[in-house]
Write a protein that binds this ligand. Structure first.
Ligand code: EPU
Length: 352
């Protein structure tokens, strides 16, 4: 267990934003993670669990309390039955390493989620998804420390309430995720490709399969073009990925948005299983007047020059500047289309 007092948090986030924490505790063993959390709870101190910092917006004031940084590592196969292999990854394992290992071992189910920054323990939080897959489809259990019951629990998928960018964990501080078990399929090919852009790039029909490694590398290439793969040489990647979730609207709201957008050319609309419709936040943002590269006051926080849904720190920005830009975009989209965008990353000490 490593302890640092008055620790700057900005370097631990992909946005490179946020003040300092009173205390930063880095844990490399599950037992240390549980002990650290238990101790903070007994002292009644504020606690923030930190993974890869890739989906976090921390206020300039920082965090008055203890930050527990998960650095537990390890992957283990636990069982194999009827072509399904259960693989357990510790919370501190880098997510993309896990995806690469699965693909190398001929295990299918997470290949479309390649190139996503962050750690395994964070993926259940917002049910990470991309290119037609989400982790809620393959997670079988989440092992967590339950701060209310003060014990380790194993939560089956049904208890996780996975939905679009949401879960039973999101927005609640009750569970500290320790490890995640995935059921992957032993198969040299991916699951059926369900994302039009990916099927075009792979030159396979939607619904068809493709070799695992081809899918993995194609997804990484697509993400890279959008500035969604961390790269110190690319300032568009100093972001938290998508800054807003794609809004989901009722059939009647869809009609009013369509009417307001009638001069803008074809609007992307994706039907949901429950009869509602998912809209593209990136498309709405651009059509509301925030082009790629649009900079906020001071010019240091700006829309990515590659993807309208990512907000970036161009160097030396403050959280206040970034959030001011986000509010301006939210308000602009609401005024133009009557749709209220919501933040996708987790906010600490800030609100939109
Ligand atoms: N679009 C624009 N302008 C842009 C970007 C996109 O008009 O600058 C429109 C286009 O019509 C495009 C459509 O939006 O066809 C969809 O764009 P994209 O395929 O890039 O997907 P997205 O909906 O913007 C979502 C996820 C991403 C994920 C991609 C690929 C959310 C909030 N975002 O973005 O996830 O990588 O799909 O599956 O659901 C993240 O959550 O951090 C993230 C990067």
């Amino acid at each position: 267990m490593r302890v640092v007092h008055n620790a700057p948090l900005a370097p631990l986030t992909t946005l490179r934003l946020g003040g300092s924490a009173t205390r930063l505790v880095t844990v490399e063993r599950e037992r240390d993670a549980v002990d650290a959390v238990r101790e903070e709870d007994e002292r009644g101190e504020a606690l923030l669990v930190l993974g890869g910092g890739s989906n976090l917006v921390i206020s300039d004031a920082g965090f008055a309390g203890t930050v527990v940084r998960m650095a537990t590592r390890g992957l283990a196969r636990s069982s194999e039955r009827a072509g399904r292999v259960h693989v357990t990854a510790e919370a501190g394992e880098p997510w993309d390493d896990f995806v690469t290992a699965a693909v190398e071992e001929g295990l299918s189910g997470v290949e479309c989620l390649a190139g996503i920054p962050g750690l395994v323990g964070a993926v259940p939080m917002q049910n990470v998804g991309a290119y037609g897959q989400d982790v809620g489809e393959t997670i079988v259990t989440v092992r967590a420390y339950d701060r209310a019951r003060r014990e380790i629990v194993e939560l089956p998928r049904e208890a996780c309430a996975f939905a679009y960018r949401s879960s039973a964990f999101r927005g609640k501080d009750r569970h500290v995720i320790l490890s995640v078990t995935f059921a992957l399929e032993k198969r040299a090919e991916s699951g059926p490709i369900r994302y039009a852009e990916l099927s075009r790039a792979l030159a396979v029909a939607e619904g068809a399969r493709a070799p695992l490694e081809a899918v993995r590398s194609t997804v990484v290439a697509l993400r890279r073009k959008k500035g969604m793969v961390l790269d110190p040489a690319d300032p568009d990647t100093t972001s938290a990925g998508s800054f807003f979730t794609n809004p989901i609207v009722s059939a009647s709201d869809l009609e009013s948005v369509r009417a307001l957008a009638r001069d803008e050319g074809p609007m992307p609309v994706f039907p949901e299983l429950d009869g509602r419709f998912k809209l593209s936040a990136g498309w709405l943002i651009e059509r509301a007047g925030f082009a790629k590269g649009f900079a906020g006051e001071g010019g240091r926080a700006a829309v990515s020059s590659k993807h309208a849904l990512a907000l970036t720190n161009r160097g030396g920005a403050t959280t206040r500047e970034l959030v001011a830009l986000a509010r301006r975009i939210r308000d602009g989209v609401r005024a133009r289309f009557g749709v209220t965008l919501e933040n996708e990353p987790v906010f600490v000490g800030e609100r939109l």
